[in-house]
Ligand binder design. Structure first.
Ligand code: HEC
Ligand code: HEC
Ligand SMILES: [Cu+2]
Length: 406
């Protein structure tokens, strides 16, 4: 196999089947001998014990050398497959995985973060693994890869997804009560789709600058405000009614063809109730620039902009330490947490706070600053949440109404 197209699967599987095959042959051989000896040397055939063993150097040499070679060959197979796992291809795409109780997060070289391990199919991927708290283990059964995440130390693995798809990622080291929830996925996608996702921030930035330069934002708002033309907010998420030149009407969800047409031939069909004043941009920008704007427009969806608090709560493993039913876990129950009177240890003194929004935010971003009385300062910092995610989480906590108990 070409050294550049190595993967982590083939050699591990070959080693496994080699050792399994030899073991199966031995089992068969030994069992057959045993049955044959039990028959051949049965007591009824040999009532008197007898021995005429004199030693037989040739047999002794043979039965020493053959098993040694067998065991050495197993070692050789195991060793080469181990070095293959450790020898990371030079062109590997590098990223960082961080383990904490009880979730995984991934950080890319351009600063992008994700709670799924998104990778381009066909590329070798190098993962540097770190742990923020205890021992965890990064385990990808589909790629035969498993490596401990050790606090204070960086470990590395690599793998190469050869087909698009989702593959399980587990923590394989028992790390506390939320251990079984510490799962994520590897999402392997075509290079092009990956690049689009990977460069989303830069692309959005460029698309916005381009639209500013072309004057689009003079007639279209980004935030839902009324302007000359329809707002771009939730562009891809809503249906509009279009008026055709023959005055008939139809509804349309934005797709690529419609969006291109709206920019190149804006007067071919008009958004209902709006005047035909948008100029055509045919010939006023390159096709590449047009595609960039279209990509950006098609990414404007309301549901993407509003993260789901319950989902973040589950994904970040909050439920491993916090219950909703008043029962005490590693952390206090969060039923009725909003508005309750919190007694916390802060700057060396016992203080009381009303748990308002600011208190909830601070509890999540900076839990060690105010530690609830009677609990250990175990909660990890969730400072990598985006503002929108934090808002959604706080909103979710506010909705957990009930009598608060510690
Ligand atoms: C002079 C004001 C004006 C400018 C400049 C302008 N537009 Fe428009 N645009 C409109 C109006 C008015 C409509 C609604 C009537 C129509 O369909 O043509 C519209 C419609 C659209 C639509 C369809 C909207 C929908 O919700 O279906 C898209 C997409 C669009 N414009 C993109 C652009 C882009 C991209 C630019 C810059 C390259 C731009 N517009 C520049 C006024 C403008
Ligand atoms: C490893 C266990 C652990 C995890 C995971 C955890 N917490 Fe905590 N949490 C605690 C502990 C222990 C306390 C009490 C001590 C303190 O205030 O730091 C606490 C306190 C809190 C408080 C203050 C409660 C009060 O009664 O005043 C809030 C709010 C909170 N956590 C929310 C969250 C959210 C949201 C998440 C997920 C993003 C989360 N926690 C994840 C252990 C955890
Ligand atoms: Cu773990």
């Amino acid at each position: 196999m070409n050294a550049d197209a190595r993967n982590t699967i083939d050699k591990v599987d070959a080693t496994f089947f080699y050792i399994f095959g030899i073991s199966a042959l031995m089992l068969l051989g030994i069992t057959l001998c045993m049955v044959w000896f039990a028959y051949r040397y049965h007591h009824s055939r040999h009532p008197e014990p007898m021995s005429d063993s004199k030693g037989h150097p040739l047999i002794e040499i043979v039965w020493t050398i053959i098993p040694s070679l067998l065991v050495l060959s197993m070692f050789w197979y195991g060793w080469t497959s181990f070095t293959n796992l450790r020898d990371i291809p030079e062109d590997a795409f590098a990223l960082k995985a961080t383990a904490r109780m009880w979730s995984w997060s991934f950080e890319y070289e351009n600063g992008l973060t994700s709670d799924r391990l998104r990778v381009p199919t066909g590329q070798a991927i190098e993962v540097s693994i770190e742990s923020l708290d205890v021992l965890h283990s990064f385990y990808l059964p589909a790629f035969r890869v498993k490596r401990d995440a050790v606090p204070g130390m960086t470990t590395r693995v690599w793998f190469r997804p050869e087909q698009d798809g989702e593959y399980n990622l587990f923590c394989a080291e028992y790390c506390g009560t939320g251990h079984s929830a510490m799962i994520s996925v590897v999402e392997a996608m075509p290079q092009e789709a990956f690049d689009r996702w990977y460069n989303q921030k830069q692309m959005a930035q460029q698309a916005l600058e381009l639209m500013k330069k072309q004057g689009c934002l003079g007639c279209h708002s980004l935030d839902g405000a009324v302007s000359v033309g329809p707002t771009f907010q939730n562009f891809a998420g809503r249906e509009r009614t279009l008026v055709l030149p023959d005055a008939s009407k139809r509804t349309q969800l934005a797709d690529r063809a419609y969006t291109r047409r709206s920019i190149l031939e804006p007067r071919a069909e008009l958004v209902e109730h709006l005047p035909a004043i948008m100029p055509s941009f045919q010939g006023r920008m390159s096709d590449e620039e047009l595609e960039m704007i279209v990509d950006w427009l098609l990414a404007q969806r309301q549901e993407d902009q509003k993260p789901d608090g319950a989902k973040i709560f589950a994904d970040k493993g909050c439920g491993g330490c916090h219950s909703f039913d008043g029962s005490k876990g590693l952390g206090p129950s969060l039923l009725g947490v909003f508005g309750h009177e919190a007694r916390v240890q802060s700057e060396g003194a016992l203080r009381t706070f009303i748990a308002d929004e600011a208190y909830l935010r601070e509890s999540i971003l900076n839990p060690k600053a105010a530690v609830v009385e009677g609990y250990a300062p175990l909660m990890p910092e969730f400072s990598d949440l985006s503002t929108a995610e934090l808002d959604a989480l706080v909103e979710y906590l506010k909705g957990l109404k009930g009598e608060h108990r510690h």
